[in-house]
Design a protein around this ligand. Sequence first.
Ligand SMILES: NC(=O)c1ccc[n+]([C@@H]2O[C@H](COP(=O)([O-])OP(=O)(O)OC[C@H]3O[C@@H](n4cnc5c(N)ncnc54)[C@H](OP(=O)(O)O)[C@@H]3O)[C@@H](O)[C@H]2O)c1
Length: 289
Amino acid sequence: MAATTISRAQAWEHVLRARRFDWQRGLSYQHGPISITAGGEWHCSDDIDAPASQLLDIMLPLVARTTPLVMAQLGQSLDGRIATECGASYYVTGQQGLVHLHALRAVVDAVVVGAGTVAMDDPRLTVRHVAGENPVRVVLDPRGRMSESRFVFEDDSAPTLHLVGHEHVARWQACHERHGRGVSVGGLGLKEDGVDPREVIDLLRHQGLNSVLVEGGGMTISRFLQEGCLNRLHSMVTPMIIGSGRPTLTLPVIECLSQAMRPSARHYTLGDDVLFDLDLGAVAQTDRN
Ligand SMILES: NC(=O)c1ccc[n+]([C@@H]2O[C@H](COP(=O)([O-])OP(=O)(O)OC[C@H]3O[C@@H](n4cnc5c(N)ncnc54)[C@H](OP(=O)(O)O)[C@@H]3O)[C@@H](O)[C@H]2O)c1
């Protein structure tokens, strides 16, 4: 009898199954030819094709976990830009990069974006390029400055949570109610240097949203990274030089390279792009850690 070969589509089903598995109750499980242990190690007793194997390598550490996940993704040019000066970013990465982004959305409870991204891109933040469920969409808008007519507010294909400074909560609740929308509004404390990302993580965890993808833009991800609030960063580098525009990450100035972050990294080729998967370790203490 000819040996079965696990395809990428079948591997994706294993990823979704591993996401649904309760890792608190068991540190390993087997389904068909594939066994997975907490942390994302896997073994396949059948043949498996290269794209399927790569998919399991990349995705299983995100879902086979006993602790919450806070990760970020960026699609960047070779010269470290995520968009042009005026904010155009469709599309920095290629088709496989786009599929990867949708795969990330499909394995998290919530996807967080900053006000700049919602203002500029008016994104949908749903899962369309892979099979899977939509995460809760979270708009980080501390100054409550968003336009009322953004897609994520008007579309009910996924729950949306609009996080604004406490002083803007009542106004936005009234606004969403007036339009008959199911958008929830949450309040955040706004300090001189903005919102503490730990407060965002806590607020989401209180709502049972334990795995979080911070999808952009650069300023929002930089703040989560600076505060030690990311377990992982997926940085997709595309062979394009924009030469000007919005930077990927902006962190406080350092003087020597010994102060630079050097997280452990794996890398994978996805079409013309290279995905750097950075392991940033544990997330900084939040109220619920
Ligand atoms: N290539 C990619 O992977 C990718 C992904 C996403 C977005 N983008 C592009 O990135 C651009 C937007 O990125 P961006 O860096 O300019 O903006 P952004 O990160 O989307 O949003 C920044 C804004 O969000 C609010 N915010 C986020 N974190 C905050 C905090 N901790 N405290 C206080 N406020 C906080 C602030 O709103 P206020 O300004 O109201 O204070 C801040 O100015 C767009 O052009 C988009 O197309 C690219």
